[in-house]
Design a protein around this ligand. Sequence first.
Ligand SMILES: [Fe+2]
Length: 149
Amino acid sequence: MEPFIRRLHQMLWVEQTLADELLPLVYERSDAVGLKYGVERHRRETKQHVMTVRTCLNLVGERQDGIESPALLGLREELGENDLELADFLAKSEHLEIAAYTWLRSTANALGAEDVAMRLTGVLEQEQYALELVEKETAKLLAESVANG
Ligand SMILES: [Fe+2]
């Protein structure tokens, strides 16, 4: 399977696993209101990403099957328990997605699949914004932990 197609199938699995398993787990474990709000918000976007990646697979004539991502399985091992660890997990998963979609988008453009590239751009922008929110929330949590000694 060529790398572009394989990576799209992997991102389907990544989005599904985040939406159905990992983001709900982070929500459950976290105490920080801001973090919980951000997770719930991004979970709704993530469900939409599942649909978008399905559409992209369809556009390139592929079946809508997910392929396990070893990178996300690795991140899952260090999910963490407290708010700072959970925020760190969220940031790492966004970096994983941003790296994947950046590569997928430029490859789609190189292959002349502009319709796919356009959809991937929409997803990429939401991942970048989600990372920004997590970074702000992390700064807040750090400031609180310093203030509380
Ligand atoms: Fe996503």
